[in-house]
Design a protein around this ligand. Structure first.
Ligand code: 5GP
Ligand code: MN
Length: 346
């Protein structure tokens, strides 16, 4: 009936179905600073597993941004930084641990050792390149728009499309919408629209998801973005690059809350001719680097080489330990090196 599963390795889907069927306690977990795809994929699976009569729990390294609080089940997410003992116990007692939307344990920060120590079988479901080998079953498809798209296909391949209820569908479409910026990037695959159709058939309110997850914000976050663009944006025309830096004082001035700078890094790419954009934010524990590009320019290389991070070719991130100015200087000193990719751009 459905061909949504046709890209998925069927033996992997069969194996995951077997693991789920023989498990009771199942932990679903994702990366630090979770985004719509991380929360959508874990919560989406949580709804499916509940429908199957399992006892799933979503455990995340730190709090999810409040723009995702509309998601069904959001209140039931266990946050490691808030309830460490509960989270540790969940991993200890798990028969199965499903890791979503990250490719290496270090993306879980302090939760990584807890996740790895679990005696449950570990499974990875992810769309980042070159996953580490830390799970017994690795379902990795870097060509997918989002982990949520992959989860949907895996569910279909396991024969559980019928068990996808409205709550599950809402969570999955949210991850697809946030990772593709409402079908404007990473959305060339026609199959994706087939999936959209299936999720709409389940009754999902797409307009509400776009409004809540992408376009609703606080006044102070709107002002922070305006300030960042007018006062903290540097443009390097020769490199076709833009850099935005926000210090902790800047953030404080606009009552910064998690999620408030979501989308900011994309804004400079609206300028004709701009090829890549890098945003640096002074967080309490590190300088968080976020990068976006177009025309196939590999910002993942910059994040990997300079900031110990990675991600996708055109959407990547990393962390820098040092001052904001040092972080900025490191990039500026190395921009010449990456000009070679400009010449290659299509
Ligand atoms: P964002 O800029 O939205 O934080 O992240 C964009 C992409 O880069 C995501 O796919 C995310 O997984 C990846 N990414 C962000 N931060 C890091 C990081 O610190 N390390 C790695 N390896 N990937 C990151
Ligand atoms: Mn993702």
């Amino acid at each position: 009936m459905l061909n949504m599963d046709r890209l998925i390795d069927n033996s992997q889907a069969k194996e995951l179905r077997r693991l789920i069927e023989r498990s009771e306690r199942i932990v679903l977990t994702c990366h630090v600073r979770p985004d719509g795809d991380a929360i959508g994929s874990t919560l989406g699976l949580w709804h499916l597993l509940k429908a199957l009569g399992k006892q799933p729990v979503v455990v995340v390294p730190d709090k999810a941004p409040s723009n995702l609080s509309f998601l069904p089940g959001f209140k039931d997410i266990a946050v490691y930084t808030c309830h460490p003992q509960f989270c540790e116990k969940s991993f200890e007692e798990a028969d199965l641990v499903i890791c979503c939307d990250f490719n290496t344990p270090s993306r879980q920060d302090n939760l990584a050792p807890v996740m790895l120590a679990s005696k449950g079988t570990h499974v990875l479901i992810d769309h980042h390149q070159e996953p580490d080998n830390f799970t017994e079953l690795t379902i990795s498809y870097p060509d997918m728009s989002s982990t949520c798209e992959l989860v949907f296909r895996v569910i279909a391949a396991m024969g559980w499309y019928g068990e996808v209820n409205l709550d599950c569908a809402t969570c999955l479409l949210t991850g697809i919408i946030t990772d593709t910026r409402n079908f404007s990037v990473n959305c060339k695959n026609p199959d994706l629209y087939d999936i959209l159709m299936r999720l709409l058939e389940k009754g999902v309110d797409k307009e509400r998801i776009v409004k809540e997850a992408l376009t609703t914000r606080s006044l102070s976050s709107l002002k922070l973005e305006a300030f960042a663009i007018s006062e903290r944006l540097e443009v390097f025309p020769r490199h076709k690059a833009a850099v935005i830096t926000l210090s902790k004082e800047d953030l404080h001035r606009f009552d910064y809350e998690k999620g408030d700078t979501e989308g900011l890094v994309n804004r400079p790419l609206e300028v004709k001719g701009m090829v890549y954009s890098i945003f640096m934010r002074e967080d309490p524990d590190c300088i968080k680097v976020s990068a976006r590009s177009c025309q196939g320019f590999p910002v993942s290389e910059i994040c990997k080489n300079l900031y110990g991070g990675g991600g996708h070719l055109q959407a990547a991130g990393g962390e820098f330990h040092g001052s904001l100015e040092e972080c900025r200087k490191l990039l500026l000193d190395n921009m010449d090196h990456y000009d070679k990719y400009l010449r290659q751009t299509r």
